[in-house]
Design a binder for this molecule. Structure first.
Ligand code: CA
Length: 439
């Protein structure tokens, strides 16, 4: 079962919310991503849907009758938006999510008679909140370009491990330190041992990096002991968001063997405030990554015709850097790299199926991230470790500054969007973070 293109993706649809029809907006009426927001003076966090430069207050709109004729499933889904997180909505089924999407669109479409019943809050007046109570966070390592580039730095003759083309490699991340975009990123302290030193020391990380990633949330989960068949995995994904897996490379280099990343990653992970539903991305589904001739095919449980045809997502990504000097001079952020989610060796569905293949239960709101999204070209490297070859080739910024790794005051901005002929462009918003000094 997969999510198909339907009339909610019709590129000709416009909204009575003017901002939704502005060229280049991330949030036209074809997108309708979910988030959680708060307004000044109001205690409660509320579920909202982005439309142009406005947020639909889902519960208040429901109470006002904006989704009146929409049916039982939409009503159930709207009721699931009554709390301060998206988890209850995520715990429902694709059919519920779809019904609410249709109800929202019916209320927001140009000429809708329900217009007066929709409660909007300007984004400018809202503070976004972490949208999901994330029970578990798993980070994968699914760009073969990233794995090869990083592997080469450590093992020039043998960059890829023998399991790489057989298993979507991942590790268990730390859910408690997943934060909303905009949260300051305090430079972590950690134990490091550079090759030039005889003994380890405990210091603020000198090699702080970012990782451009795409995350996805489990919706309908699976029971302990049950695994998710590949052809059902996409339907169990609620939606996607941008992720920055901040990384302390010096800490990582000393601690990662033999059990993988630990404190080099768990100090903070940023996510964008908006979760773009799997259904909104349907027009941008593409075939899974085409493996090079001679590469092994996935084992049967990680392979299906549907996955080969539609497992990928054509999602464009960009990373911008703004240094304190650039900020003071009023300069524009510098584009560090561009990428595309389509370059991942494994699909989101394969990651989810692999994750549950041993019977591990995924719960609504569990976050999985793709791993650094790097592509085949130098412009599409998704972290500074790759871009600067571990500091050997610093980035030259237009104002004469250089960067090997991130300095205090640097701001990173991840953005992402999907566009193609015959579909409306939709965006994933921004995932930002400013590095602040260690204590
Ligand atoms: Ca990562």
């Amino acid at each position: 079962m997969t999510v198909h293109v339907n009339e909610t993706h019709d590129p000709s649809l416009e909204s009575w919310v003017a901002g939704a029809n502005v060229a280049g907006t991330d949030f036209p009426i074809q997108n309708l991503p979910f988030g959680v927001f708060k307004t000044a003076g109001a205690e409660a966090e509320r579920v909202g849907v982005a439309i142009g430069d406005q947020i639909v207050d889902v519960l208040a709109s429901r109470d006002a009758g904006a989704f009146e004729p929409a049916g039982d499933e939409a009503a159930t889904a709207a009721q699931a938006c009554a709390g301060p997180t998206l988890n209850p909505l995520m715990a429902l089924t694709p059919s519920h999510w779809s019904a609410l999407r249709r109800a929202l669109q019916a209320a927001l479409v140009d000429g809708s008679e329900l217009r007066d019943k929709v409660v909007l809050v300007p984004m400018a007046d809202a503070e976004m909140c972490l949208p999901v109570d994330i029970g578990d966070y798993t980070d994968f390592y699914c760009s073969i370009y990233h794995a090869t580039n990083v592997g080469k730095l450590f093992r020039p003759d043998n960059p890829l491990m023998p399991n790489y083309k057989h298993i979507p490699i991942g590790y268990h991340g730390r859910a408690s330190s997943v934060v909303l975009s905009g949260t300051p990123v305090k430079r972590p302290k950690g134990q490091v041992k550079p090759p030039t030193e005889d003994a380890p020391s405990f210091v603020p990380s000198r090699l702080l990096d970012y990782e451009l990633e795409v995350g996805f949330f489990a919706g309908t989960g699976n029971e302990l002991g049950e695994s998710v068949p590949l052809d059902e995995s996409d339907a169990r994904i609620f939606g996607f968001c941008l992720v920055n897996d901040w990384s302390a490379r010096d800490v990582q280099g000393w601690e990662y063997q033999p059990l993988g990343p630990f404190l080099a990653k768990s100090f903070i992970t940023s996510i964008a405030p908006w979760v773009v539903t799997n259904e909104a991305l349907a027009p941008f589904r593409i075939p899974a990554f085409e493996r090079a001739e001679g590469d092994p095919q996935p084992l049967p449980h990680l392979d299906s015709e549907q996955n080969r045809k539609l497992g990928g997502v054509d999602m464009q990504l960009e990373v911008h850097l703004l240094t304190p000097k650039m900020r003071e001079a009023g300069e524009q952020p510098f584009k560090l790299s561009t990428g595309n989610f389509k370059h991942m060796y494994w699909t989101a569905g394969q990651m989810m199926t692999h994750h549950s293949s041993n019977g591990c239960n995924l719960r609504p709101g569990d976050l999985m991230a793709s791993g650094t999204v790097s592509g085949p070209t130098p412009e599409s490297r998704g972290c500074l470790l790759e871009i600067t070859r571990r500091g050997a080739e610093p980035v030259d910024l237009p104002n004469g500054e250089q960067r090997k790794f991130l300095q205090d005051g640097d701001e990173l901005m991840l953005s992402g969007w999907c566009e193609k002929e015959g579909a409306k462009r939709i965006g994933l918003g921004l995932c930002t973070g400013v590095v602040v000094p260690a204590e």
